[in-house]
Ligand binder design. Structure first.
Ligand code: FAD
Length: 658
């Protein structure tokens, strides 16, 4: 039996980005003793990298904005596959969450009359993104951290211990959500959450955080793809932890390829070029110098976008009497257009297109409004964006698919006590996320997850014995985590003496597979090939071996992350093969139309083998089973916010006349 430290908490929040911190603040304010655990340094999460801003219909720059318009834009962006109740809550609550940040000390850029300034972004009808230059995420995280410190100071005054009710475990990774069968047999003896199995990255020490409620706030999956704007933490851990605990994932085929990542030099390929560049007036041109986006306005958006450059340019000064330029179409449209231009031989020298802001704004304005972009290009590519165009191309950026959750409470399905919020949760953004809608999502649903997890945990602690993970589970989790140190032995049925696999090689092959075969444009035979390759990688990953010891050993950490990336990649490939249409972030060359019948279909992924890849390699057909589920009908008053002619483009016949 593994002897290790166990600590008891009410709520464990896995992840310290915007969603995790907001959840933790709420849980602590509800009176729950809350632990936050993150695998990076505290303060280093994807949220910090968010540049453009946070979408909230405050109406500060255009008073025509309100939650209903934001809701409409979000559903259009998601091609009506959004979990509509989430989109409603998000649009209604986002302004309060932004104002709340200000009361906690955030300092947003201002309008001339002193209100929080809001900028334009793709798919948003009005200027809606509250921002701090192009460093909004940094301010958001700084503010949430400051709030956490203030709560810890309160606790010090009350209990003489800063960490009495809110403690951060940084540079620690969760590898398993632990469960138990309740003693009381409540809820028909269902398995419920009992805590998390964790290791400290620096020392390799194992420990268990016991708690009746766990909130997953681990972000996305981008590191399964070769070209990505995401950093090393985005290995789909929360998605995999949910699957392994028995909770399903929703619509994993929807992965967002941001249209503008850096394409040169190779070492920085994929790093994000914020959409604010286009929101502030930047234009896309091909190698002929043509502003090609005018050729790519799809029928469903024709009435809303300028048809000429002159009209598009006038919109920046007079948005009420002109239509917006097509550079500000939703991201999926722009990414596909760039892909087509490059494929047609009209790309830039390094395989992208040109994004030019230098001819559109004075150098001084560029440096003020886009300081990070100015430095990023100067330092990484030796390009001065105030004098020359940037070269950009699509990069894997965000996953719309995620853990299936209840819209109001963020509770996952089938696993009492497990919650998910932020990028790891699915449903909110449908088939495509609008820029700026993630930061607001983190705050709205982070708060909700913290609230409901705390209420659940406090209720769980009353009367009956608190759930405790049994030793067998803890031992199994420890054995799983140690496996890469003894990987050289032959697997049953395999020839003796096979060398261990290098986790870095496996990771590179996985990234190449997903990039080439399940990337921005998809075809059935390629996805079938991807599934075969993933099955092969899964077998080899069983032998992913590392040398050395448990003290800070990045190869070991990667070997453990591989389990998660492989599971999640199989979900993406399997769901993408199943959905025989093109919608939002999912583009099928062999099924190019958006089919109204598919609007009613959610695809759920579940694990067939809950040992979760501990068994040698799982069955050859893979570890993931797909199920179709009919989407919930959209509430009539919300449908009433759209013109009938528009709904006809999206909804199935029976929905229109039902
Ligand atoms: P994150 O902020 O990534 O936090 C995840 C946390 O989980 C981290 O603390 C990580 O260490 C931890 N973690 C992960 N796995 C484990 C594990 N196994 N154990 C313990 N801890 C774990 N969105 C917008 O709305 N506006 C923007 O302007 C914008 N710009 C962006 C720019 C860039 C470059 C990128 C990459 C994204 C941008 N996005 C933007 C998207 C947005 O930033 C993310 O979707 C969002 O920050 C995700 O927040 P999160 O709280 O869900 O996860």
């Amino acid at each position: 039996m593994t002897q290790l430290e166990r600590q008891g908490w009410d709520v464990v929040v896995v992840g310290a980005g915007g969603a995790g911190l907001r959840a933790a603040i709420e849980a602590r304010e509800q009176g729950a003793r809350t632990a936050v655990i993150c695998k990076s340094l505290f303060g280093k999460a994807h949220t910090v990298m968010a540049e453009g801003g946070i979408a909230a219909s405050m109406g500060n720059v255009n008073s025509g904005d309100n939650w209903q318009v934001h809701f409409r834009d979000t559903l259009r962006g998601g091609k009506f596959l959004n979990q509509w109740r989430m989109a409603e809550l998000h649009a209604r609550e986002a302004p309060d969450r932004v104002w709340e940040l200000e009361t906690w000390g955030a300092l947003f850029d201002r309008t001339p009359d002193g209100k929080i300034s809001q900028r334009n972004f793709g798919g948003h009808e009005y200027p809606r993104l509250a921002h701090v230059g192009d460093r909004t995420g940094l301010e958001l995280i700084r503010t949430l951290q400051q709030k956490i410190v203030s709560l810890q100071q309160e606790d010090f005054h009350e209990f003489g211990d800063y960490e009495a009710r809110l403690k951060v475990f940084q540079e620690c990774t969760v590898t398993r959500v632990l469960k138990t069968v309740s003693d009381s047999g409540s809820a028909a003896g269902e398995d419920r959450v009992a805590g998390t199995f964790c290791y400290e990255r620096e020392s390799g020490r194992f420990f268990v955080l016991e708690a009746p409620a766990v909130v997953l706030a681990t972000g996305g999956i981008g590191k399964s793809f070769k070209v990505t704007s995401n950093s090393w933490e985005y290995t789909g851990d929360g998605h995999a932890l949910a699957l392994l605990a028995g909770a399903p994932l929703l619509n994993m085929e929807f992965v967002q390829f941001h249209p503008t990542g850096m394409v040169w030099p190779p070492s920085v390929k994929g790093i994000l070029v914020t959409e604010s560049v286009r929101g502030d007036g930047g234009v896309l041109r091909n190698s002929d110098g043509k502003r090609f986006m005018f050729d790519y306005i799809p029928d469903i958006f024709k009435e809303k976008y300028a048809q000429t450059e002159e009209e598009g340019d006038r919109w920046y000064e007079d948005p009420d009497n002109n239509r917006r330029p097509p550079e500000l179409l939703p991201r999926d449209e722009v990414a596909r257009a760039i892909n087509s231009e490059v494929k047609a031989g009209r790309g830039s020298p390094h395989g992208g297109v040109f994004l030019d802001v230098s001819t559109r704004m004075p150098a001084e304005t560029i440096r003020r409004r886009l300081p990070s972009m100015y430095h990023q290009f100067k330092e990484l590519a030796d390009v001065d964006i105030t004098a020359e165009a940037m070269e950009v191309g699509p990069t894997c950026h965000y996953v719309m698919g995620g853990v299936a959750v209840d819209s109001d409470t963020a509770a996952t399905r089938d696993v009492p006590g497990l919650y998910a919020a932020g990028e790891v949760a699915g449903g909110m953004h449908g088939s495509n996320r609008l820029g700026g809608n993630s930061l607001s999502d983190l705050l709205v649903f982070g708060r909700r997850a913290g609230l409901h997890a705390a209420q659940y945990a406090i209720a769980a602690g009353e009367g009956t014995a608190r759930p405790r993970p049994d030793s067998a589970q803890v031992d199994a989790a420890a054995a799983e985590a140690l496996r890469p140190f003894s990987a050289e032995g032959p697997e049953p049925g395999e020839p003796d003496g096979r060398p261990p696999e290098n986790p870095y090689t496996l990771h590179q092959e996985l990234q190449q597979t997903m990039n080439d075969l399940v990337g921005i444009i998809r075809r059935a035979p390629e996805m079938e090939q991807a599934l075969e390759k993933l099955a092969g990688l899964r077998v080899r990953a069983q032998r992913a071996g590392v040398e050395g010891h448990r003290q800070f050993n990045p190869g070991w950490h990667l070997a453990l992350d591989l389990r998660n990336m492989l599971l999640v990649s199989e979900c993406v490939a399997r769901a993408a093969l199943e959905r025989t249409e093109s919608r939002g972030g999912h583009t099928r060359e062999d099924c190019p139309a958006m089919e109204r019948e598919w609007r009613r279909v959610n695809l759920l992924c579940r694990l067939t083998d809950v040992s979760g890849g501990l068994a040698p390699a799982g069955p050859p057909q893979g570890l993931i089973a797909l199920a179709r589920e009919t989407t919930e009908p959209i509430r009539p008053d919300l449908l009433g916010l759209f013109e009938k002619e528009e709904l006809v483009k999206y909804l199935a016949e029976e929905e229109l006349h039902g």
